[in-house]
Design a protein around this ligand. Structure first.
Ligand code: GAR
Length: 221
């Protein structure tokens, strides 16, 4: 079992991004209200020049950029990512459109307290193209999934899901944009809840509000 404790003050989080950053923006907007109980300590990206970083900088949030190509191999990049995130001492890490897999060094430090949002209803359509794959399969309902990151591709214990109907005239783009409206609301609601109330992960079950005490370090994978 992994237990992430509730925090008495605003909970520091680090958000990792790769793209337009509309999910990040939803978190930035929510965190402007002290009642949300979350402080975005830093935003990290695997590439420069993206709108997500511009959103963070406009909000006065610290940023860091770690292109994979700047490192000799994936393991070195993964270790650097863990270091950069760790420098901000976050209680939670939120992957919001971060198109990289967390590796062993990162998970050794932040496993159990890294959340990711995926634009499909897990376990269906994992990977980079959730909306496109759902459309191609012909499903009538798809959605978004918030989960605790593990070593797999979109396979971790599920925090929350939201359903979104597929329209007959949808393209992958229109479907993704409709999913993202619901996805942002889910992300804000659950990051707020988990960051302020804490949670534990028991097997595949994420139990909110069930970790009133600091975790024993040996329980953190
Ligand atoms: C979101 O829909 C997120 O779920 C997806 O990228 C989008 C980022 O949008 N992530 C994945 O597909 C990861 N498998 P944003 O940059 O506007 O927040």
């Amino acid at each position: 079992m992994v237990a992430v404790p509730r925090k008495p003050d605003a909970t520091p989080i680090v958000v990792l991004v790769s793209g337009s950053g509309t999910n990040l923006q939803a978190l930035i907007d929510a965190a402007a209200d002290p009642a949300f109980g979350v402080r975005i300590a830093a935003v990290g990206a695997d590439r420069d020049g993206i709108e997500a970083l511009a959103r963070a900088r406009r909000a006065g949030i610290d940023t860091f950029v770690l292109p994979v190509t700047d490192f000799p191999d994936r393991a070195a990049w993964d270790a650097a990512l863990a270091e950069c995130v760790g420098a901000h001492d976050p209680a939670l890490v939120v992957l919001a459109g971060f198109m990289r897999l967390a590796g062993p060094a990162f998970l050794a430090r932040f496993g159990g307290r890294t959340l990711n949002t995926h634009p499909a209803l897990s376990p269906s359509f994992p990977g980079m193209h959730g909306p496109r794959d759902a459309l191609a399969y012909g499903v009538k309902i798809t959605g978004a999934t918030l989960f605790v990151v593990d070593e797999g591709v979109d396979t971790g214990p599920i925090v929350a899901q939201v359903a979104v109907p597929v329209h007959d005239d949808d393209t992958a783009e229109t479907l993704h944009e409709r999913i993202k409206i619901s996805e942002r609301a889910m992300l804000v609601e659950w990051v707020g809840r988990l960051a302020t109330a804490g949670y534990s992960v028991d097997g595949r079950r994420v139990v909110p509000g069930s970790a009133p005490h600091p975790p024993d370090p040996k329980d953190i994978p």
